[in-house]
Design a protein around this ligand. Structure first.
Ligand SMILES: [Zn+2]
Ligand SMILES: [Zn+2]
Length: 146
């Protein structure tokens, strides 16, 4: 039992982590749109060492792309049975971390509020900006610390 748990749509893939995410973003990039089918994705950065997953997954690699949150490359991981995207790993820009897709968190657990909105250059004009920092492109771990 972890403090925070989630799963794919069919339940074959489950995951958990204990620590609060260190970074939560609303990403409006075109990769997140395509992968999720929605205008944006909300994801939370969790330490790989704190992240435990069960069930069969596969992944799709997104190569280096400065115009999306792929950044220097990452893999989006999904359930082999139902195709739900549950997390992202092999993050070239956030080594040692995984991005958990907040839509896969168990309800009614409270979701983590986004701290920033990123890749706003491709945000649809009918989406209102939240009252949090806005970034035309991405933020890196280095940029966050400075
Ligand atoms: Zn599934
Ligand atoms: Zn994105």
């Amino acid at each position: 039992m972890s403090t925070h748990e989630g799963r794919c749509a069919c339940g074959a893939v489950t995951y958990g982590f204990d620590d609060e995410p260190s970074f939560v973003a609303n990403c409006h990039c075109t990769d997140c749109k395509r992968a999720s089918g929605g205008e944006m994705a909300t994801f939370a950065l969790v330490a790989e060492s704190d992240f435990h997953v069960t069930g069969e997954t596969t992944s799709f690699h997104y190569p280096k792309n400065a115009e999306t949150c792929a950044g220097n490359g990452l893999d989006r991981v999904f359930c082999v049975r139902c195709g739900s995207r549950v997390y992202t790993n092999n993050l070239a820009d956030f080594p040692g971390g995984v991005f958990v897709q907040e839509g896969s968190l168990d309800r009614p657990d409270p979701w983590f509020s986004p701290q920033v909105e990123i890749f706003t250059w491709s945000r649809q004009p009918w989406v209102q900006a939240l009252p949090i920092p806005q970034y035309d492109h991405g933020v890196t771990a280095t940029a966050e610390a400075s």
